[in-house]
Design a binder for this molecule. Structure first.
Ligand code: INI
Length: 164
């Protein structure tokens, strides 16, 4: 499985940062552990509780919900979580592609990071493995947790960039 280059001993610090999560309900057996992982990672990094979670039907609806959250001006970044599995749908490419495109578009148009925690896999087993699999750990091998750390790291990076 592909690995992030982040040093796991160097946990980013999220105190004073505010995030919201958009989660697709489709493939809930995958998205639920992604969400648990993300919330555990935010907690570990000191992000203030609660982190609000907005549910939408599926990945296709994620970008608009992220935009609406950003328009409240309450959040430093929005984390998106979902699972699109090729075996499940002939319109995989439309759902996965438009979700990814929409997430990037919202991020660029608003100037607020929208983190892409939407799994796009060929099989259910691949998605399970990226959602913590059987590790029994909320953070290890969990794309939701990894993306929560990415959200913090991106906010840190943009704050630094803004000071240059
Ligand atoms: N939505 C997903 O999040 N994952 C999927 O795998 C999926 N499949 O298989 O179709 C899916 N479809 C629903 C889609 O996101 C929209 O909710 C729906 O088309 C209504 O706009």
């Amino acid at each position: 499985m592909a690995k992030s280059t982040r040093d796991p001993k160097q946990q980013p610090k999220g105190a004073g940062m505010h995030f919201a999560i958009v989660a697709g309900r489709f493939n809930a057996h995958i998205v639920d552990p992604l969400l648990k992982g993300a919330l555990a990672a935010f907690k570990k990094a000191g992000v203030p509780d609660p982190v609000p979670v907005i549910y939408v039907p599926g990945a296709f609806e994620i970008p608009l919900a992220a935009k609406k959250l950003i328009e409240t001006k309450k959040y430093d970044a929005v984390l998106t979580l979902g699972a699109v599995i090729r075996g499940d749908t002939p319109h995989f490419d439309f759902v996965a592609g438009e979700c990814a495109r929409g997430v990037m578009q919202v991020s660029l148009v608003t100037g607020v990071p929208v983190i892409f925690g939407v799994l796009t896999t060929d099989t259910d087993a691949q998605a399970v493995a990226r959602a913590g699999g059987s590790t029994g750990d909320l953070i290890v091998d969990n794309k939701g947790a990894e993306c929560a750390f990415s959200a913090i790291e991106t906010v840190e990076a943009l704050r630094l960039a803004g000071q240059k």
